[in-house]
Design a protein around this ligand. Structure first.
Ligand code: F6R
Length: 360
């Protein structure tokens, strides 16, 4: 049941420290501090030349997160919408690894993409929450995120668990490609191990409810970010529209001036996600919105320069730049939750949506 919580969504947001601890359990060797993925021993991916992630919705945003992190680690990778894959997949061969990211493991679009990839000769991995799901059974290998059951239709803890598992998998692939399987980024792995506590601390003092309160009844809600922060901006907006029924959109920070700025008014709050990737540019983009009267809510650590510039601040703990977006996303989940609650929406079961989408 929901226990002390009014909704499963809030319960599941608060379960993230536990979910991530479960995801990480036994997967970072406590003695060496290195990745220990039992099905993916060092060297597993040494022949892989490129990685394609396929997924839908929130899982696509996690896939984008994983793909951008992999690119930054020097591995050629793309994230593709599974429902576009049959018409727009880049060339696939037996040096291609295709990673299906699907919480349920039953999403028809994602299964189709996985089957297409296998037909073309790719190696396949499924990252999923459901042991025994179709995607887990059909891929060459499966990596389970162990988030526990997610009842709310809006995916929350599974996004975070996917992001963590894709970070670990990505580091394994990058180390294999460098031909130095033991060259894990130990500082990143240490910060990963610290994620459950970091989220716990952040949840205990979040200002998300006050911010949702303050900006309720705005006309539209915009979310901007760069790099990994861009995937978080997309996810922040999807969650917001899904459960509040208000208009929300996510943009790459730098794209704001290429069109969307025409929509920016004092009635369109802008959530700016700072993940350490060219933050000065993102801040400048946020200031452009501010000049048009839009309130800017900076999602960043306490000592970040954006705090002085922005109208409001949602604080995230200091961490590795690969993980800051994950923390920012948790704050945005809370903003969506409280905004939807104020509007009295059926948070756990938004209209027209289903937890598992088994049609094309
Ligand atoms: C949004 C949401 C959906 C799913 C999408 C894919 O909150 O939950 O966008 O992420 O339908 O589902 P899975 O991950 O089961 O493939």
């Amino acid at each position: 049941g929901k226990g002390e919580y009014d909704h499963f969504m809030l319960k599941e947001i608060n379960e993230q420290p536990t979910a991530l601890a479960q995801a990480l359990e036994g997967r970072i060797d406590p003695d060496t501090g290195r990745i220990a993925l039992s099905d993916f021993e060092p060297g597993t991916f040494e022949d892989i030349e490129s990685v394609q992630f396929v997924a839908c919705g929130t899982s696509y945003h996690a896939a984008l997160y994983g793909s951008l992190a992999l690119n930054q680690a020097g591995v050629q990778s793309t994230a593709l919408l599974a429902n576009e894959y049959s018409v727009s997949a880049p060339p696939i061969d037996d040096d291609t690894l295709v990673v299906a990211v699907t919480q349920s493991g039953e999403t028809a679009d994602t299964l189709n993409a996985l089957r297409h990839a296998a037909d073309e000769g790719a190696s396949t991995v499924t990252v999923t929450n459901v042991v025994g799901s179709t995607a887990a059974r059909e891929a060459d290998e499966a990596l389970f995120i162990r988030a526990g059951p997610e009842i709310g239709v809006a995916a929350t803890k599974t996004f975070s668990s996917q992001a963590v598992m894709l970070t670990l998998l990505g580091q394994r692939i990058a180390a294999d490609q460098r031909g130095d399987p033991s060259a894990d980024r130990s500082s990143l792995l240490a910060e990963l191990a610290a994620m459950p506590d970091a989220i716990e601390d952040m949840l205990a003092v979040s200002d998300a409810e006050a911010i949702a309160d303050q900006y309720a009844n705005s006309q539209s809600y915009f979310f901007i970010g760069r790099g990994l922060g861009f995937s978080v901006a997309l996810e922040g907006a999807l969650k917001f529209k899904e459960i509040t029924y208000e208009h929300a959109e996510g943009f790459a920070s730098g794209e704001l001036k290429h069109g969307p700025l025409a929509l920016v008014t004092p009635d369109t709050p802008v959530f700016a996600v700072f993940t350490g990737e060219e933050d000065e540019k993102t801040l400048k983009n946020a200031e452009e919105a501010q000049t048009r009267g839009a309130p800017v809510i900076a999602v960043c650590p306490a000592d970040h320069r954006a705090v002085e510039v922005a109208d409001e601040h949602l604080e995230i703990p200091e961490t590795d730049s690969d993980l800051a977006g994950l923390l920012a996303n948790v704050q945005l989940q809370l903003v969506s939750y409280y905004a939807a609650d104020l509007l009295d929406r059926p948070i756990d079961k938004p209209r027209n949506l289903a937890k598992s989408v088994t049609v094309e």
